[in-house]
Design a protein around this ligand. Sequence first.
Ligand code: SIN
Length: 523
Amino acid sequence: MNTRKADVLIIGSGIAGLLAAKLLSVTKNVMLVTKGSLKNSNSILAQGGIAAAMDEHDHWKEHYSDTLTAGNYHNHVETTEILVKNAAKYIQQLIALGVPFDRNSNNELELGREGGHHRNRIVHAGGDATGNRIITQLISHVKKLVTFYENEMTFELLINNRKCVGAITKDSFGNIQFYQAEHIILATGGIGGLYSLSSNDITVTGDGIAMAYRAGASLIDLEFVQFHPTMLISQGKTYGLVSEAVRGEGARLVTNDGAYIMDNIHPLKDLAPRDIVAREIFYSLQNGNQIYLDITMIKDFKKRFPTISDMCEKNGIPIHTGRLPVAPGAHFIMGGIKTTSNGETSIPGLYAIGETAWTGVHGANRLASNSLLEGITFANRVAAHILQQSKQEQPLTVPICMNHKLTLPAKKEIKETMTKHVGIIRDKHGLQTAKKWLEEYLPSYKGNQYLDVSIEDMETVNMLTVGWLITLSALERTESRGGHYRTDYPKPNDEKWMKHYITRRRKWDESNQIKVPSAAIIH
Ligand code: SIN
């Protein structure tokens, strides 16, 4: 079987993966593999922007304080400091790479406001097309410097003597491909696809977290899932995100009869923390209301928010009425594959960056516009770390097990189960129901046994695996904090749970690697 060899293999094409690829390609032979096209990622959909203390009256310490407050003080303080302290420097790096951030008439960066920020500190590009502008620019660099493979899903990481030495992918024609690399970076994004309504790209199904788990990596904080309050919806279907920047410009959440829903809920009203706003909308919807964003006070809406305006037009949702129908949807997972501040996971040779990684910077609830910032920060750090390493050749010995028969549910059923029982509102009974249901389908795992299944089935296995892991952690945390809300434990319990991190790890058993019926040995 053919093996592609590189110094560094990057899996995923969001902001973190692309930027790491660009930075590493200076001296390394880099290959990048992605499940969809280079343009399939959550990063390209990002509307809000990147938070950075760039105004002369602002300071990174204020950004730090807002990040900790939003994170319910569950954040890792050292990495959070790294994040906010270097934000302005990394914005300059993107500018040097050609990203056209929006500027005012004095040619200064235009700084917007979003929920949880006490100052205007969000840089954006093309109004609400920030992610698109950044990714377009990064792709133009990467295409010249890096070998990339689109439409290949990574099925498994290859572990040899407890070190990650490569990965196996499959394309849509069923062709299996082996990759061998000294450094493997997971940049596969989050888990939005596990829920019925989500802001995420269609390809985002928790794959990185699932394969890291199968490989025996430590995972952490999986119970913290952020639901964005405002997906654009019509007839139960979501058409994408309506950025919080719209509420930052004054838009208000209203019921059918025009009542403001956030007035008596929180002093920050519509810009209260996302979990609080999302819950309020959830309750209002349950009470039979339809919820709208009243945008009548925003001048030149189409000019400021061209992406959202296009999205409405394309899907027959009129904006001239000044009301956009919205509902909450899964947006971001604060937990993920546990990493050091240099992106190292618990498995030598394996790194994780971007949403699939846990760096601790988001605590229990991510502050708006800190996700692209996390992507660029840790892409820089992982690249600097790898560039310092000396070369070490690794032989690749891979056991393969085929012919595994799976009985899987439809993806829709997983989404419904997760939404109903492991969503915005949780409790013990619902979580136990979800756990039981997921365990009925969850296959036992030995070796690289899924190589003979289709991409569709592999995604389903990953969704079941990650859904089950989130459910276990949500059951364990008997309190409410940030993105984890339980009606049976509705308050934070600082004494028991403050800075208490729930980790999960599949016990690595050498027999997982070796005990297989047919083995392909690759040197
Ligand atoms: C938004 O534009 O509302 C999303 C920004 C973010 O999640 O940081």
